[in-house]
Design a protein around this ligand. Structure first.
Ligand code: NAP
Ligand code: MG
Length: 510
């Protein structure tokens, strides 16, 4: 008897109202870019979706000038309460257009609709709601009374969570009173452009949010623009390093969210079936295109075989294919280049003697695909244990004692995330305390919340996004009062006290 097959359950694209061509969103309007246009495609089919403008350095100048003018003339003069109203409006519009945004994201990026619909877009709305609430409470951000916005923020984001990364950047920046110019990644510009429509719908003053599309050169021109006060970058460690170098010595504030090679540590007292679910979520969520993925599984030696067997059984049920099908668990790899990188690193794993395994799965002929893969027998020194693969590939290593687990987990140039699976709370806390990672999940993995700060150690970058910490990345303490201004209130207080004692003396005479 064969198992019942799943019937296809494709999400319709009929509700998408896409333009055939998108310009740059500068000063509240779409305008043509000066550089040659490019095409954004669906990585699942390689079919063209829309023609996208490319911003030249002149266009970058115009976008930064629009952001500066909006900052000076309107945004920096609005009360926090009023800025908050705009952010709430954006959050509600994201919710209203949620289905459309989810479909567009899956189409352009290749991620399963189940994830864009249930994870990405709800988190985007949550991020705007959360920071909307902060806009009138900046005095409580931890920087003293009346903290100041920084001015114009240049923001460059990657392709793995296009709309969510946009929300992580734009929501705190606007709440803190900055204006922004944001560049999405070349392969996933679509939802940022739909977001520009939402900005128009929300009636945001022109120039507060500017979206400019283009390649790496556009990003470089933006972060190096002299009239930018803050740079926020999410992407690869190599580009992050280049940005840090070029900004050194300038007054620009910088936050970097870079790569990772997260350790997911499973102790022998963990509930194994739950841990297996967490391992799957840790590495196959979003095709493993996740900076905080649990891409290194550290499993206690005495349960290694059992965990690997159960993991294989679970992986055989993963459905790989059409991102728009509601049954799909693993979608398309985002680009031909990324697929090439995943293949190269996996081949190195083979060459270094690790053992590769994938479930039998038929991959579509068009588009970019890579079957969920695990490597066992991985040496600590192996490239696949050290380099970020950024794909659905898990490297499995073992350990015997908690001390060895900690040493192996920390043996990486990165330090973004880690997971710990154990029945014992005290063990979890003791191990977590010694891990050099920005985010540590206990008996879960890849959970995100706008109130929780996120960021890295070492080559995973610096600065935090999310929570109060994410807000202060866009703020400076109130300007120090000048000597004269400091003396003036003191003089006033003295004369007020004199007047008071004089009137008290008068009263005493009565
Ligand atoms: P990337 O090449 O660094 O690109 C990221 C963004 O920077 C893109 O918009 C890119 O434009 C732009 N860019 C490229 N060169 C630039 C330059 N010289 N100056 C300024 N901007 C430049 O990274 P990716 O391959 O798109 O993304 C994958 C990487 O991002 C992974 O390593 C992953 O770990 C990391 N990541 C980290 C986090 C985090 O929160 N820590 C989150 C997501 C991803 P183009 O798209 O046109 O090249
Ligand atoms: Mg695309």
């Amino acid at each position: 008897m064969s198992f019942l097959e799943y019937a296809p359950a494709p999400e319709s694209t009929a509700l998408l109202n896409l333009q055939s061509e998108y310009g740059l969103f500068i000063n509240g309007e779409f305008t043509a870019g000066s550089d040659p246009t490019f095409s954004t495609i669906s990585p699942a089919t390689e079919k063209h979706i829309a023609t996208i403008a490319s911003a030249s350095t002149g266009d970058v100048d115009a976008a930064v000038a629009a952001a500066r003018a909006a900052y000076d003339s309107t945004w920096s003069r609005l009360s926090g309460r009023d800025r908050g109203k705009y952010l709430f409006r954006i959050a509600r519009l994201v919710q209203e257009r949620a289905r459309e945004l989810a479909v567009a994201e899956s189409l352009d990026n290749g991620k399963p609709i189940k994830e864009s619909r249930d994870v990405d877009v709800p988190l985007v709305a949550a991020w705007f709601f959360y920071y909307a609430g902060w806009a009138d409470k900046l005095d409580h951000a931890g920087l003293g009374a009346n903290p100041r916005a920084l001015g114009v923020a240049a923001q460059v984001i990657p392709w793995n969570f296009p709309l969510l990364m946009l929300a992580w950047k734009i929501a705190p920046a606007l709440a803190a009173g900055n204006t922004v110019v944001l560049k999405p990644a070349e392969t996933t510009p679509l939802t940022a452009l739909l977001f520009a429509e939402i900005v128009q719908q929300a009636g945001l003053p022109a120039g507060v949010v500017n979206i400019i599309t283009g390649a790496g050169a556009t990003g470089r021109a933006l972060v190096n623009h002299p009239d930018v006060n803050k740079v926020a970058f999410t992407g690869s460690t190599s580009v992050g390093r280049e940005i840090a170098r070029s900004l050194a010595g300038t007054p620009k504030k910088l936050t970097l969210e870079l790569g990772g090679k997260g350790a997911n540590i499973v102790f022998d007292d963990a509930p194994i079936d739950q841990a297996v679910e967490g391992i799957v979520r840790g590495i196959f969520f979003n095709q493993g295109h996740v900076c905080c993925a649990g891409s290194r599984l550290l499993v206690q030696e005495n349960i290694h075989d059992e965990v690997v067997e159960r993991l294989k059984v679970r992986m055989a049920t993963l459905r790989v294919g059409d991102p728009l099908d509601k049954n799909t668990d693993v979608g398309a790899i985002n680009s031909a280049e990324q697929l090439q990188r995943i293949r190269e690193l996996s081949d190195i794993g083979d060459a270094e003697g690790a053992e590769r395994w994938s479930p039998a799965c038929e991959l579509p002929s068009d588009g970019f695909w890579f079957a969920p893969t695990i490597f066992t027998n991985v040496a600590t020194s192996s490239r696949i244990a050290r380099d970020e693969i950024f794909g659905p590939v898990l490297s499995i290593l073992t350990f015997r004692t908690p001390a060895e687990a900690i040493a192996k987990a920390n043996n990486t140039p990165y330090g973004l995330s880690a997971g710990i699976w154990s029945d014992k709370g005290s063990k979890i806390l003791a191990v977590a305390d010694k891990l050099r990672a920005g985010v540590i999940w206990a008996n879960t993995f890849n959970q995100f919340d706008p109130a929780s700060p996120f960021g890295g150690y070492k080559e995973s970058g610096y600065g935090r996004e999310g929570g109060k910490q994410g807000l202060t990345a866009y703020l400076a303490p109130a300007a120090k009062a000048t000597a004269a201004a400091r003396i003036a209130p003191a003089v006033k207080a003295v004369s007020a006290a004199k007047a008071k004692s004089a009137s008290a003396a008068k009263g005493g005479k009565k």
